[in-house]
Design a protein around this ligand. Structure first.
Ligand code: SF4
Ligand code: SF4
Length: 461
């Protein structure tokens, strides 16, 4: 917080809402400067990655797929199913802790540089808007006067282009969930065969269009839970986009002898996509987009002053010139993160290619067979998590236990597929010494034991 202001009135109202409670439309000026240039290059990389990733395959399977409806996730070609829920839970915990630690140290760097909302809003949709409707000042002027035919046409073109891009994003988004092959099927085959798919594409297109055409910065300032968490995640040592009030203040132009470096040109406010004045201090609405750094540096250069009046710095750093320190909080979070990463590594390293659940068939009791053995009936659900078909059969670890598979026994498992079969466990009554016995069943691929699962045998002992 600036030492000079002390007036916290700005915190009592939303930066994009007028005093009468109406939406204040943000006409953000296009920034010019090194950070905007870096963000532009990064956005090209990001956009190429976003649109290309669903098409990249490993051994014929997607490299990344997030099949939420079926609870299956593919990372770097590795399939994770609901059976990997422990690994998944630890992975999620690590992700959350990573976000906390990262935010604690580097503030909202993610929002400004990586978040898809900012990338698409500032680097795609807003640039298209500048191209079609002119710069921010022209847009503001046009919106204030009666619309001419030209303005109507330009707005119509803009909204049409926004809809087309939203449609592309929607399709790509869906490809991450269902895979490109399924998406192409939806495109090629009759609508009646893919009602859900078509509804999803239509729905997501409208959502993306509404977000980028109308909702815009409200996603960051009101909707996004990560943005709302900043109040508890940041401390005074977190690195943020910050105004150096010691250098900038006072702005009292009447007293030229005591004027700070800020020339009160308000360029930092005019470029801000969330319409805040960073000179008021750290605010939840700031997405750390760096537009105000570029704008202010440009002004400083024009008036012949040193750059970085607005820069990346911590509140403590500005107040005392103190360098960044690893606090006790960061150290303890990092230690927990380290333990979880090791645990996740162990789980991944010991993860089996075959995974299965074996259940006794409900309603089936113990059976006595003509050969003098007794048996229980089981159902096995087995998944081959690799991308290719592998030989498969079942074997009991105990040689006194016999397995009898029902129907045509499976001799191979297709890659990335769940398969089911039914089998009996047969034992001699003299080998069973208690009512419930656990037998180990090996899931074999050729001579290799891919996984071992327990089956509970119930007798009348
Ligand atoms: S204050 Fe600066 S960094 Fe924060 S959102 Fe506005 S322009 Fe971006
Ligand atoms: S751009 Fe820099 S000089 Fe201009 S008002 Fe903002 S902080 Fe002051």
């Amino acid at each position: 917080m600036s030492s000079e202001q002390g007036n916290e009135d700005f915190r009592n109202r939303h930066s994009t809402v007028t005093e009468k409670g109406k939406r204040k439309w943000v006409y953000a000026l296009k920034p010019k400067g090194k950070f905007y240039q870096y963000r532009t290059w990064l956005s090209y990389f990001y956009l190429i990655l976003f649109f290309a990733l669903p098409f990249i395959k490993v051994d014929g399977s997607p490299m990344f797929q997030f099949n939420f409806p079926e609870g299956e996730f593919t990372f770097f070609g590795q399939l994770f199913t609901p059976q990997d829920f422990i690994m998944f839970g630890i992975g999620m915990l690590i992700a959350v802790l990573f976000v906390i630690i990262f935010t604690l140290i580097y503030g909202r760097v993610f929002c400004g540089w990586v978040c898809p909302q900012t990338i698409f809003m500032e680097m795609v949709f807003r640039k298209i808007e500048y191209l079609i409707e002119g710069d921010a000042n022209k847009q503001r002027l046009n919106d204030r006067k009666d619309w001419t035919t030209e303005i109507y046409i330009r707005k119509a073109i803009k909204h049409f282009v926004f809809l087309v891009i939203s449609f592309l994003i929607s399709n790509t988004f869906l490809a991450y969930i269902i895979g490109v092959d399924e998406l192409f099927k939806i495109m090629r085959e009759p609508v009646s065969e893919h009602i859900v798919g078509f509804v999803a594409i239509f729905f997501f297109t409208l959502v993306f269009y509404a977000v980028y055409a109308f909702i815009r910065e409200i996603v960051c300032t009101v909707v996004c839970p990560y943005g709302r968490l900043q109040g508890v995640l940041l401390d005074k040592n977190s690195i943020l986009v910050a105004y150096n009030y010691l250098r900038g203040e006072p702005r009292d132009k009447k007293n030229a002898a005591h004027t700070g470096d800020c020339i009160d040109c308000k360029m930092c406010v005019n470029v801000c996509p969330t319409n805040i004045d960073i000179r008021n201090g750290t605010q939840l609405e700031c997405i750390n987009c760096t537009a105000c750094i570029d704008a202010c540096n440009m002004m400083m250069e024009k008036v012949g002053k040193a750059p970085d009046l607005i820069t990346y710095a911590s509140e403590n750093g500005i107040a005392s010139g103190k360098k960044f320190e690893f606090t006790y909080r960061i150290k303890s979070y990092t230690a927990v993160l380290g333990v979880l990463i090791v645990l996740l590594g162990i789980l991944i390293a010991t993860r089996t290619t075959f995974d299965a659940t074996i259940m006794r068939v409900p309603g089936q009791t113990i059976q006595e067979n003509a050969d003098g053995t007794i048996s229980n009936l089981y159902r096995i659900k087995v998944t081959n998590k690799s991308n290719k078909a592998l030989p498969y059969h079942l074997e009991a670890a105990d040689p006194t236990v016999k397995l009898e598979r029902i129907g045509l026994p499976l001799d191979s498992l297709k890659g990335r597929q769940l398969t089911e079969e039914t089998f009996f466990i047969k034992v001699k009554p003299s080998d069973v010494h208690k009512r419930k016995v656990k037998y180990e069943i090996n899931l074999m691929s050729g001579d290799k034991v891919m996984a071992t699962k327990n089956a509970t045998f119930i007798s009348e002992f």
